[in-house]
Design a protein around this ligand. Structure first.
Ligand SMILES: O=C(O)CCC(=O)C(=O)O
Length: 315
């Protein structure tokens, strides 16, 4: 098969676990996605669910007070389910060809997140929360809807962290197991040190595309100037063959497929949001894998400061 991305980009992806395609999206596409988010804040449709990043709570957008809407930072979950134009941008034919080459299979959009501000999300691997059926059959795209200023909490990532052998929880899976997250964080911090991996930040221009590998350690850096926006769209993709095995409801998109599913469940008032995932640990194919966490920190070693926010976020 002819390569769409070319051998240099392919080698870069394999080495570093990410790709940047500057100016991938045109003005019309950026506008379409930005206005999709503006529209739901205005219309407040009952089936749209948002996460309040200040209070760490999940709500229907209809239940967000005007005061919170003005003063808090949010992410909008899964607008791709109801917005056909957003779908056609985040999985255009052009993008589908790139993702298919990276995944070795047709991509399935299974989640979108619209951000107006930086997420400040602690460093993590997507396999913790969006655990694919096949170990690394997952990629994510990050679309810049405006230029990112350094103080606006840019996306941060650790090039080469895709080569860290992922931590397998005692469940046998890479799927998050909350009681073990401190050990996960210790393990990752130790591996970064051993491999000498350093953080980079993505100072995007509007229209840029960043794609990350299932095992790239990444998160949202600190917002140093509150109030600065950093508008972006994140989309996670599984593969067609995994989704077919999972029995997902797949609908065609110009560049592949999108997964039809109900809106996220909203927990009772005051409860923590459920982590929306596919938990591969529940699937028979993974149940007989043994936990193998070779390379864990020696007992008694202190957790690294760099990983603390993750532990706090999961408390
Ligand atoms: O955009 C960001 O700040 C981080 C988003 C992210 O880490 C994710 O959606 O997995």
């Amino acid at each position: 098969m002819t390569s769409v991305i070319g051998s240099k980009r392919k080698a870069f992806w394999a080495d570093n676990g990410f790709l940047v395609l500057p100016g991938f999206f045109d003005e019309d596409e950026c506008q379409a996605v930005a206005s999709a988010s503006d529209r739901v804040w205005e219309a407040r449709p009952a089936d749209v669910v948002v996460d309040d990043l200040v209070t760490n709570s999940r709500r229907r957008i209809t239940d967000v007070s005007e005061d919170d809407a003005r003063n808090h930072r949010f992410k909008i979950n899964d607008l791709y389910l109801s917005d056909e134009r957003l779908r056609s941008v985040t999985l255009s034919e052009r993008l589908g060809m790139v993702l298919e080459e990276l995944l070795g299979d047709e991509p399935v959009a299974c989640n979108t997140l619209n951000f107006d501000y930086g997420s400040q999300q602690a460093d993590h691997l997507d396999t913790l929360y969006m655990t694919p059926l096949t170990d690394t059959a997952l990629v994510a795209t990050w679309m810049a809807l405006e230029d990112t200023l350094a103080d606006a909490g840019p996306l941060r990532y650790f090039p080469g962290s895709n080569h860290i052998t992922p931590y397998r929880f005692s469940t046998g899976s890479y799927h998050v197991n909350l009681p073990e997250m401190e050990r996960w964080a210790d393990y990752m911090a130790d591996q970064l040190d051993r491999k000498g991996l350093e953080e980079q930040r993505f100072l995007a221009k509007r229209g840029d595309l960043f794609i990350w590998h299932a095992l790239l350690l990444h998160g949202g850096s600190e917002i140093c100037r509150p109030g600065l926006t950093r508008k972006s769209l994140v989309t996670h993709f599984f593969t067609q063959s995994d989704c077919e095995k999972l029995g997902s409801d797949l609908r065609p998109s110009p560049g592949g497929w999108w997964m039809r599913k109900p809106p996220l469940e909203v927990p009772e008032e005051g409860a923590r949001p459920a982590i929306p995932t596919v938990n591969a640990a529940d699937l028979p194919a993974l149940q007989d894998k043994q936990a193998d966490n070779g390379g864990l920190l020696p007992p008694g070693r202190e957790p690294r400061v760099r990983m603390e926010p993750l532990e706090t976020a999961l408390d």
